[in-house]
Design a protein around this ligand. Structure first.
Ligand code: AK6
Length: 292
């Protein structure tokens, strides 16, 4: 008893919180099952041994980064991303490296990839679609405020947490998306006309992509899908938008889509206005989670 009282009187040793001091290493983690292959590396389920905290650990080979001379860009992007804190933006908790590899400590989204859900159910209900669009809108408004733009917000990059909340799980870097555009088919689908035409672009590219996603969530396919890249390109720059008669979609949803898929980027509905749109007000779950 006496010793405890004495301890109580002792000044606690001045020590910065563990999280700030900590230099992570691979030995701090137990590695689990692979979660997938991303650009420049693989992602594994992992657990920080001491705290038992479950994370996603992305392993990037330095050789790859050096080959594409991405070292400075990667560093800068990681600094920015680790400062982002939003319930709908996947967290980057930190990073460390050894001789050959760079490790990113990422938030683990237990619900997995949104596009798998979309493929499974083909379409989402308007309530679910509006909830995802509202979550995305808020995440993007936050990112724009922090001057982070051109997020690669196609369904493959959207994750769901254990409560069904949407998380933007990936980030579109200019270098990344340029190389992707050359090597991957179908990625044109989500790009704004000014981007496919290689013109100057700004925050409004994300508003276009919201329109594309909203369409895909309710119709089950992106609006400008075509046999070839060339045809998709043509349909995007013409804004060749049509609404099939099935599945049946409310006029309010079509209205929102039409106000986002506008060629003139300055005339696209602003993010704040999306949150006030009747379709969002009527359908979105304000908690931002969907329990099916
Ligand atoms: C997968 C899941 C979680 C997580 C904040 C690399 C880079 C050159 C990121 C990145 C930050 C940076 C990078 C990637 C991500 C992801 C899926 C998302 O690689 N940067 C090389 C330049 C830049 O996020 N994000 O990779 S990994 C995760 C799954 C699968 C199921 N549940 N939860």
């Amino acid at each position: 008893m006496a010793s405890r009282a004495q301890n109580h009187l002792q000044k606690p040793p001045k020590q910065p919180p563990r999280i700030l001091k900590k230099q992570w290493s691979i030995d701090d983690f137990e590695i689990g099952k692979p979660l997938g292959k991303g650009k420049f590396g693989r992602v594994y389920l992992a657990r920080e041994i001491k705290s038992k905290y479950v994370v996603a650990l992305k392993i990037i080979f330095k050789e790859q980064i050096e080959k594409y001379r991405l070292h400075h860009q990667l560093r800068r992007e990681l600094e920015i991303q680790s400062s982002l804190r939003h319930p709908n933006v996947l967290r980057l908790f930190g990073w460390f490296h050894d001789d050959e590899r760079i490790f990113l400590i990422l938030e683990y989204a237990h619900g997995g990839e949104l596009y798998k859900e979309l493929r499974k159910f083909r379409t989402f209900s308007e309530e679910q679609a509006a909830t995802y669009i509202a979550s995305l809108t808020q995440a993007l408004a936050y990112c724009h405020e922090k001057h982070v733009i051109h997020r690669d917000i196609k369904p493959e990059n959207l994750l769901l947490d254990h409560e069904g909340r949407l998380k933007i799980g990936d980030f579109g870097w200019s270098v990344q998306s340029r190389s992707k555009r050359r090597t991957m088919c179908g990625t044109l689908d989500y790009l704004a006309p000014e981007m496919v035409e290689n013109k100057a672009h700004d925050y409004a590219v994300d508003n276009w992509t919201l329109g594309v996603l909203c369409y895909e969530f309710v119709y089950g396919m992106p609006p400008f899908e075509a046999e070839s890249q060339k045809d998709t390109f043509r349909r995007i720059i013409k804004v060749d938008l049509n609404f099939p008669s099935t599945p049946q979609v409310s006029p309010e949803a079509k209205n929102l889509i039409s106000r986002l898929l506008v060629k003139d980027s300055s005339k696209r509905l602003a993010l704040e206005k999306i949150m006030d749109h009747p379709w969002i007000i009527k359908n979105a779950n304000p908690i931002g989670a969907c329990w099916n």
